[in-house]
Ligand binder design. Structure first.
Ligand SMILES: [Zn+2]
Length: 232
């Protein structure tokens, strides 16, 4: 017998349902195949064999991305709007933070590494509330769209960086504050331009380009590096 292919050594979840086509998904190194009811085994095997190169690439990419995530529980600095901010830990009775030229001072009551995470999360949220509200209002005003903007909200979301509803409510993932400022400006431009065009049409991208000429570079940066901007 020949050597098993690398994906044959990984667990593959196979499920059948009333669908028309066979599809392959990879998430957290788990391979899943969804096939139409009654698909013969050899068909599934052949299908998987044609996807070897893609699978190898996708699995490697996911492993790399997981490895690139920073563990902020023990970090000595954190990214903030394109800068590395020094993290200073101090013991105190109640948790609080102070941000100045020296860095971000975190007063933590307990010894455990993870105690710093709620403080960092609060720091990024407060900064997002200040900067993103200001940037969003300024740009909406400049594009004469301020009347369409009804509300700005913040949330920690897994996959999306921003969202704009047809009621003019813009929502941001506050973890974007870990990105360089020009990437933050691109995200703001993207969501504010949705106040005018609630789609990704040519007219929409034209307006984004007008609001943020460097948008292509920053959009690519976010796509390639967004996975690292997670407060783990
Ligand atoms: Zn969009």
């Amino acid at each position: 017998m020949s050597e098993p292919l690398f994906w044959q050594q990984l667990p593959v979840k196979l499920s059948y349902s009333e669908r028309k086509t066979i599809a392959l998904y990879v998430k957290d190194s788990q391979i899943e195949i969804r096939a139409p009811l009654g698909t013969p085994d050899h068909f599934v095997q052949d299908f998987l064999a044609t996807k070897t190169a893609w699978l190898e690439k996708t699995l490697a990419q996911q492993r790399l991305q997981l490895g690139q995530r920073v563990d902020y529980r023990q970090a000595s600095q954190i990214p903030f709007m394109g800068f590395n901010v020094r993290l200073i830990r101090a013991e105190a009775a109640s948790p609080s933070w102070q941000f100045d030229v020296a860095g971000l001072k975190c007063n933590i009551p307990d010894e455990s590494d993870s105690a710093i995470l709620p403080l960092l999360s609060d720091f990024y949220q407060q900064q997002a509330k200040f900067w993103l509200v200001k940037k969003t209002n300024d740009l909406a005003k400049m594009l004469d769209l301020q009347k369409r903007l009804s509300d700005i909200r913040f949330r920690r979301t897994k996959t999306k960086w921003g969202h704009c509803t047809n009621q003019g409510r813009i929502q941001y993932n506050w973890q974007i504050m870990m990105a360089p400022e020009s990437v933050i400006d691109y995200l703001v431009a993207h969501e504010v331009c949705h106040l005018q065009h609630l789609n990704h049409s040519r007219a929409f991208w034209h307006l984004v380009h007008h609001a943020h000429p460097n948008f292509n570079h920053d959009r690519r940066w976010l796509r390639d590096n967004g996975h690292r901007l997670r407060l783990a």
